[in-house]
Design a protein around this ligand. Structure first.
Ligand code: ADP
Length: 631
């Protein structure tokens, strides 16, 4: 049969930009291309092992799995060959023709042009196969899918296109041939390659082989042809005992499972024996992946059963809020033919999931206690995700609450570094609540009129301004038997103020007439008008009824197109404020109305909300200003 001519395909629009950037940013650590390609080869062998459980014919009589690295100094080529699952023509097009994934354009926008920062970002994005173009000006992949007859050859210069043609005599698996750039010829050296393989791929469970090096005396003698020999340890890292594994090996393995270029923040390696037997190796990354918030992206641990790779992204072993954790779980009890559906219902999986969740939380707690700086770095990256857990995971709520960090009125800036334990330890005498305020930003929270009296009393208030905060707090009741108290709610209890409630009643009585006058003006705009206990500097503020939805939740609901139940604020005023006293003394009803409405709108403004009738507000304020200026 005549060979068909190569067919040409284009990469997506962003691909060229992405490749160029990657080559540029990763230039200084370019040897990592070898780690990426070996990692892919090892994954391909893992996949074949797994598929062959059900279909042993795929092995084609060759179960001697290995990854071979060879080079041809004259031709300037380096080849990484595996006898794994390989790819069919369609798979080649789908897998190697799609550089840019969803979110790429957005990702590219985040790049800064600063090589160091960008290389970390590129690492988060995961370059995988395409890292070959850091060292090669042309890449060729010859591959044949296990159990299929037709080989394919993919070829590209890493610009905007690639070609595909059929190829004959292709062994099962994939051979990636790199035509090295002139400045990357250093990789045509056995010693150099061995060093890189050992550094990055020692922990791979498959032998990575190279031709044995010949010494010069071998050359002289009639030595036999050199043969292939394994250059790595070829023992899956998590199967080794903890004391045998060095930190560098743990770090290298992390890069293999996570596709992260940075080192992990921390890890925990455990073997559990007893009713259930399993090994887990869990890593906390340093940085959040660029798509952490995309809930549709699959995430999870690599699942092995009795050392056989079963699947990537087995999300059943950790709750969604721990989706940033990377690693491996290897079970001795699950069946080899386990599917995602079975995992979802299996009680053993639930038991492992509960144990792994506790393990991660313990790891975080010990970091928070012993390595406060590391924990702060973790919190800055992943804090918001952990808050999801505090809202969702009732079984571990107390532990999760202890891990939360907030900004507070004790701090000078928006750093979130106050834990609830620290808060309780230094709470004021007589204080029996954990006070907090939720706002759009740290500035709004800190300057909120609602906390004026609390601040004056020296009571620390937690300042919450993450998108998730109102949702989180609405589900929380107490921590270590101390109630949470939202400083914006009508029912606020202030230390020392309750005993003075008769004084409060007196204030209410004394101002009854004013309260009624304001009520008449504000009318339907408010639920109620009351004298405030919490204000000292500001004339007025708006507070929420006990069950009313706050501004932040309201916005989230509105953005998602859901109907928001109607709720009106309660207008609280400070009778000692000069403006309120002026208001009280005002006999001109029109002016009274203008001033009362301006105070109402300003209370919304102080919370970062626009007045409902902005034009009306401006008109009224201008009238008052003109009068003031004698106009
Ligand atoms: P990732 O490994 O993160 O999925 P890559 O860009 O490295 O991304 O690879 C893309 C896909 O190409 C892989 O998911 C795999 O399906 C396929 N692939 C890469 N290398 C091989 C190989 N040696 N054998 C079989 N398939 C491979």
């Amino acid at each position: 049969m005549a060979q068909a001519a190569p067919e040409t395909f284009g990469f997506q629009t962003e691909a060229k930009q992405l490749l160029k950037l990657m080559i540029h940013s990763l230039y200084s650590s370019r040897e990592i291309f070898l780690r990426e390609l070996i990692s892919n080869a090892s994954d391909a062998i893992d996949k074949l092992r797994f598929e062959a459980i059900e279909r042993p014919e795929l092995i084609e009589g060759d179960a001697d799995y290995h990854i071979d690295i060879t080079f041809d100094a004259d031709a300037g080529t380096l080849t990484i060959a595996d006898n794994g699952i390989g790819m069919t023509r369609d798979e080649v097009i789908a897998n190697l023709g799609t550089i840019a994934r969803s979110g790429t354009a957005e990702f590219l926008e985040r790049l800064t042009g600063d090589q160091k920062k960008d290389s970390a970002l590129i690492g988060q994005f995961g370059v995988g196969f395409y890292s070959a173009f850091i060292v090669a000006d042309e890449v060729e992949v010859r591959t044949r899918g296990a159990g299929t007859d037709d080989g394919v050859c993919w070829r590209s210069r890493g610009e905007d296109q690639f070609t595909i043609e059929s190829a004959s005599d292709v062994p099962r698996g994939a051979q990636v041939v790199l035509h090295l750039k002139d400045d990357a010829k250093e990789f045509l050296d056995g010693y150099r390659l061995r060093a890189v393989v050992r550094r990055y791929s020692d922990h791979i469970g498959v032998p990575v082989r190279m031709l044995e090096e010949r010494t010069s005396s071998d050359d002289d003698a009639e030595a036999p042809e050199p043969t292939m020999e394994a250059v790595n340890e070829a023992k899956a890292l998590w199967t080794r005992s903890r004391s045998d594994v060095t930190d560098d090996e743990y770090k290298a393995f992390y890069k293999h499972v996570s596709h992260d270029f940075e080192e992990p923040l921390s890890w925990s390696h455990n073997r559990v024996e007893g009713k259930l037997e399993y090994t887990s190796l869990l890593y906390l990354p340093k940085r959040a992946p660029f798509d952490l918030w995309n809930r549709d992206v699959p995430r999870g641990l690599k699942l092995y059963v009795q050392r056989v790779f079963i699947m990537d992204e087995a999300e059943q072993f950790l709750p969604l809020y721990l989706r940033f954790v990377k690693g491996v779980v290897d079970s001795n009890d699950l069946p080899l033919n386990v599917s995602r559906e079975i995992l979802q219902q299996d009680e053993r999986v639930t038991t492992i999931k509960n144990a792994l969740t506790k393990r991660v939380l313990t790891m975080l707690k010990s970091m928070a206690d012993k390595e406060a700086d590391d924990y702060q770095a973790f919190w800055d990256e992943f804090g918001e995700v952990l808050k999801e857990g505090a809202g969702e995971d009732f079984a571990n709520r107390e532990a999760l609450l202890g891990l939360l960090r907030f900004a507070s009125t004790r701090g000078d800036d928006n750093t979130k570094n106050v834990g609830l334990d620290a808060y309780l330890e230094r709470k004021a005498e007589g204080q029996d609540k954990i006070y907090y305020v939720v706002a759009e930003s740290w500035e709004h929270a800190r300057n909120s009129p609602h906390i004026e009296v609390l601040k004056e009393q020296g009571i620390e208030v937690l300042l919450l301004f993450d998108r998730i905060d109102e949702w989180l707090m609405s589900g929380l009741d107490q921590y270590k038997d101390v109630q949470f108290q939202d400083a914006m709610r009508a029912d606020i209890a202030l230390p020392g103020k309750d005993e003075e409630s008769t004084e409060g009643d007196k204030a209410d009585d004394a101002n009854e007439a004013l309260t009624e006058r304001i009520k008449t003006v504000l009318g339907e705009r408010v639920e109620d008008v009351v004298v405030s206990k919490r204000l000292s500097q500001s004339p007025a503020c708006l507070v929420l009824g006990q069950f009313a939805m706050g501004a932040q939740m309201r916005r989230i609901f509105e953005a998602s197109g859901q109907a928001v139940p109607e709720s009106k604020p309660i207008f609280e005023y400070n009778p000692t404020h000069p403006l309120i006293q002026r208001l009280d003394a005002e006999s001109d009803e029109d002016r009274f109305e203008d001033l009362a409405l301006v105070l109402f709108d300003q209370a919304a403004l102080a919370e970062g909300e626009a007045p409902a009738d902005a034009a009306g507000y401006v008109n009224r304020l201008n009238r008052l200003l003109l009068e003031l200026m004698g106009g």
